[in-house]
Design a protein around this ligand. Structure first.
Ligand code: TTP
Ligand code: MG
Length: 387
């Protein structure tokens, strides 16, 4: 029996702002473009549940949101802050299982099949995650648990806000069939219209339609929808291992052009990236440094090495050179707001590799392994590196 847990934060951007400014608690908060007294362009990113009562929602033109809720608190998004909170959330989730697929900034799937017994039941895992996120981050989320991804996601959406809902295998159809067709993955506005025009409004209608009819209206896609309407979804949780790169970035509290501080930060990021690569037994060939200046100009500089690596020394040496090349070309007054380091271009990681690698690398690898063991045992941060 598989247990998939889907977690999605409630009114994420708005909730972070309400948490950080208690004056906003209980108030309609709208995050998005500047409304400029109703003349502003751009759209709503999200809004608090208080603002949703006025009919405001994501993607609505900000001018329209202003008309619906003129007394609302309109704030521009602080993406750096939300990414930081997002990373904190994901870090908590990794305490429950390494089998995580992060889908967006505030959303992830966890395959808890192999780990739930540590909390006794899948539902208890959900309760513990909610409690941890509330206690550590003072934020609410909603969680759905089911035997597959689609049902877990529909369940978390269904129980929003601040909900927890488990759908057992034998309850799936009873849960699914009364819902409108657009709850099914892959049914957007256009597909919905085609289905509605054929008299298909609920998931149950769809499940009771012949596969031939669905195919004639929607092509092969119709057959996938038929399966989904019957609660069948075999898609697995896609682990980070399948991701194409490992990266880390840091936003300075205050923009800086202090070389010492910048190098220290690059070193810290390389340390993290190297650690993650080694944990996942990955090695990459392409190293990229990302720099965002105080003027919000973002540039990336990349270099592809002859051999794949996950060693700190290699990643740091190259990152530092890439950084120097770019930073040297900037006016002396320019400041840095954000730095990122990424390693990509993995080929398969043959264990055999080490047979052909020079003895020095084998030794380095051993040292890294020992350091990783200590980190795993006592947490990151206990082990540093002499510079
Ligand atoms: P969602 O999870 O879709 O929305 P939400 O977390 O604000 O609200 P809830 O899940 O409780 O319904 O998206 C997560 C964040 O992504 C959201 O806080 C802001 C951002 N976002 C946009 O910027 N534009 C959009 O159109 C959407 C849907 C989300
Ligand atoms: Mg959300």
């Amino acid at each position: 029996m598989t247990f998939i847990l889907h977690i999605d934060m409630d009114a994420f951007f708005a909730a972070v702002e309400q948490r950080d400014d208690p004056r906003l608690l209980g108030k309609p908060v709208i995050i998005g473009a500047d409304p400029q007294g109703g003349k502003g362009r751009g759209v709503v990113s999200t809004c608090s549940y208080e603002a949703r009562k006025f009919g405001v929602h994501s993607a609505m033109p900000i001018s329209q949101a202003f008309k619906k809720c003129p007394k609302g608190f309109f704030l521009q998004p602080d993406m750096d802050k939300y990414s930081r909170v997002s990373a904190e959330i994901m870090k908590i989730l990794y305490d429950f299982t390494p089998e995580i697929e992060q889908v967006s900034v505030d959303e992830a799937f966890l395959d808890i099949t192999g780990s739930y017994h540590l909390w006794k039941t899948p539902l208890a895992v959900g309760q513990s995650i909610k409690a941890r996120i509330k206690k550590d981050l003072d934020l609410n989320c909603s969680i759905g648990i089911a035997s597959n991804k689609m049902i877990a996601k529909i369940a978390s959406d269904y129980c929003k806000p601040n909900g927890l809902l488990q759908i057992n295998a034998e309850q799936i159809l009873e849960f699914l069939w009364p819902l409108t067709v657009d709850k099914i993955w892959g049914v957007g506005a256009k597909t919905k219209e085609i289905l509605n025009n054929s008299g298909i409004f609920t998931v149950g209608d769809m499940a009771h339609t012949s596969r031939e009819l669905l195919r004639s209206r929607l092509g092969e896609h119709g057959l996938d929808l038929y399966e989904l309407a019957n609660g069948i979804d075999d898609r697995g949780v896609v682990l980070e291992h399948d991701v194409k790169s490992v990266s880390n970035e840091y936003t300075f509290d205050e923009d800086t052009n202090n070389k010492e501080e910048l190098y220290k930060t690059i070193s810290y990021l390389c340390e993290k990236v190297s650690y993650r690569l080694r944990q996942d037994e990955l090695k990459g060939k392409t190293i990229t440094v990302k720099i965002r200046t105080g003027a919000f100009k973002t540039v990336t500089r990349s270099r592809t090495l002859d051999d794949r690596t996950n060693f700190f020394d290699d990643i740091y040496k190259n990152s530092k050179q890439l950084f120097d090349e770019y930073f040297g070309s900037l006016p002396s007054k320019e400041v840095v707001r954000l730095i990122g380091v990424r390693v990509a271009n993995f080929e398969e990681n043959f264990v055999q590799d080490s047979l052909f690698e020079p003895a020095l690398d084998i030794k380095k690898e051993k040292v890294h392994q020992v350091m990783d063991k200590i980190k795993n045992k006592f947490g990151e941060g206990v082990i540093g590196r002499g510079r």
